[in-house]
Design a protein around this ligand. Structure first.
Ligand code: IMP
Length: 194
């Protein structure tokens, strides 16, 4: 069976990747399972560039099909911040409780129609022969007025698909994966693999 390496060390992501790509005919391996360890600086200007930087770095070592993703939150009222800097916003070690509180503060008094935001996910594939493909998908929604919910991670408590509904941290993982930026991007990439 041909191997596909997904360039992440995040166990949650690997679970989602395996469930969506299960029937592609590839043996799906994490970097750890492939015995590969690389540190890359994600200094690209776009989600696609960052995903490609990661996928290329692993492909240089493995010469197999490699997939990598990069994701983040774009808030329209903040000029699409934090964007590619989502995990580094206010510092890598700052808790999401603090990051989310700061975002809500920056949106204080901003009306609903200007609270639009989206989670973006780009996935890059580098094929055995070095050919590259990228896809990008998004989950459109709003930044709410307060954080709610305990599920999910990162900016989920302040992100709402609809301001009258639950936050991303109040829905189950299965529900979120069905409509999430990452789920959609994985399914789009899958079409290019089979
Ligand atoms: P990465 O693609 O794993 O590097 O994710 C970048 C950052 O984007 C994460 O650390 C989170 O801050 C944010 N992010 C990406 N996807 C989500 C999501 O589904 N929920 C909440 N935050 C997310």
């Amino acid at each position: 069976m041909k191997k596909l390496i997904f360039a992440t060390s995040n166990a949650g992501k690997m679970k989602e990747v395996r469930s969506i790509l299960a029937d592609t005919g590839y043996e799906i391996l994490s970097m750890k399972e492939a015995g590969i360890q690389v540190e890359v600086e994600e200094d690209g200007a776009t989600f696609e560039e960052n995903a490609l930087i990661k996928a290329r770095a692993v492909h240089e070592i493995s010469h197999t099909l490699v997939l990598a993703d990069d994701s983040g939150l774009e808030i329209d009222h903040l000029g699409k911040e934090p964007g590619v800097h989502s995990s580094r916003y206010m510092g890598e070690d700052t808790s999401y409780e603090i990051k989310n509180a700061r975002i809500l503060e920056r949106l204080d008094g901003v009306p609903k129609e200007q609270r639009t935001a989206r989670f973006v996910c780009a996935i890059a594939a580098v094929f055995e022969d070095g050919r590259c493909v990228t896809v990008r998908e998004a989950m459109e929604g709003y930044i709410g007025y307060e954080p709610q919910g305990e599920n999910g991670f990162g900016y989920d408590p302040i992100f709402y698909l609809d301001l009258d509904g639950p936050s991303n941290a109040q829905i189950s993982m299965e529900e979120k994966n069905r409509v999430s930026h990452r789920g959609k991007a994985l399914r789009a990439m899958k079409k290019g693999l089979v």
